[in-house]
Design a binder for this molecule. Structure first.
Ligand SMILES: Cc1cc2nc3c(=O)[nH]c(=O)nc-3n(C[C@H](O)[C@H](O)[C@H](O)COP(=O)(O)OP(=O)(O)OC[C@H]3O[C@@H](n4cnc5c(N)ncnc54)[C@H](O)[C@@H]3O)c2cc1C
Length: 297
């Protein structure tokens, strides 16, 4: 008997593709995930790259966005072996012969920042207190809600800082080189020149996540995140097929919906498949697409 077409096909078994598949499966719909490589996980892959017995994270290693994610928090990922390890100090930025530390406490961190102590408190304290709210805005499409109206002053203040480059923001609010270096190190995770607009926002948000959620690693490697997501997906009836590179729409089984967890830069083949979708099905014009910052789980 021919297999019934799934309701949805997700292309790419990275953390976002797997999360999307779980969301579909939670609604009782059938879903399969097609992954080009032989292993799942995308940017959360880990592999044995050096000596036997040593597991290395191939890409992402620290996961404030996984523990801070509202969706991930609702999933029973510990049931599938996922455990986060929190270091005592989430991050330290090395300087000549010393280091500037960011601890979970905003107050403790500011105490190590000399003349910038009060500026750091002024900037970070309100953001960290509202971390959950800010995360919701950061990871959702822009939508006006009553909660946004209530926090309009906070959002306006954050927006005015976040739009700036890391260099501009650091020079404007901090006096000391170590504090500027701390912000620069955080902002560098945007994988963009630090003079680019909005790199300051990446620095601020990553600092907020370090204070509010920590910067944990997954015990056994980031791969455990992907493995746990697959465990949850399978428990809901979803399936992942590896070694299935989608080169064009002809490679896709019939389905009611297709979700691409790939970027146009994931190769000509994936791009061709995306481009074959009708214009109306494309939320963003593929032509206008440009590589943005590499964050977000
Ligand atoms: C160097 C580096 C370090 C990073 N460090 C961190 C970090 O420490 N913490 C953090 O939170 N984030 C980090 N990130 C960002 C993080 O890796 C990404 O945000 C995350 O992996 C995005 O997940 P995704 O599911 O959207 O895509 P991906 O993880 O990229 O997954 C996409 C999947 O699609 C598959 N695929 C591609 N094309 C096709 C096709 N045509 N057909 C079928 N399958 C296809 C790929 O093989 C892949 O498995 C880092 C990024 C980089 C580049």
């Amino acid at each position: 008997m021919p297999e019934r077409a799934p309701d949805a096909v997700v292309i790419g078994a990275g953390p976002n593709g797997l999360a999307a598949a779980i969301r579909v499966a939670q609604t009782g719909r059938s879903v399969i995930v097609l992954e080009a490589e032989e292993t799942i996980g995308g940017g959360t892959r880990s592999a044995n790259l050096t000596l036997p017995g040593f597991i290395h994270d191939v890409c992402s290693a620290v996961h404030p966005l996984a523990v801070g994610s509202f969706f991930f928090r609702t999933l029973p990922l510990a049931r599938y072996g996922l455990e986060f390890i929190h270091p005592e100090i989430p991050l330290a930025h090395p300087l000549d012969g010393t280091a500037v530390e960011l601890t979970r406490s905003v107050e403790e961190t500011s105490a190590g920042l000399g003349a910038d102590a009060s500026a750091y408190l002024r900037v970070m304290r309100p953001l960290v207190r509202n971390a959950d709210f800010l995360m919701r805005q950061f990871f959702a499409p822009l939508r006006l809600t009553p909660a946004m109206a209530v926090r309009a002053p906070l959002l306006a203040r954050f927006g005015l800082m976040a739009i700036r480059s890391a260099v501009g923001l650091g020079n404007a609010i901090f006096k000391e080189a170590p504090t500027r270096a701390l912000l620069a190190g955080l902002a560098a995770h945007s994988i963009q020149p630090l003079k680019n607009l909005s790199t300051g926002g990446y620095g601020l948000m990553l600092g907020v996540t370090a204070h509010a959620y920590g910067w944990p690693v997954a015990r056994g490697g980031s791969q455990k995140i992907a493995d746990a997501l697959v465990g949850e997906l399978q428990s809901l009836g979803g399936r992942v097929l590896t070694g299935r590179r989608v080169g064009s729409m002809a490679d896709l089984p019939p389905a009611r919906a297709y979700l691409f967890d790939v970027t146009p830069r994931h190769g000509h083949r994936g791009r061709r498949a995306s481009a074959e979708l009708s214009e109306s099905a494309q939320p963003v014009s593929i032509r206008a697409w440009r590589l943005q910052a590499g964050l977000g789980a």
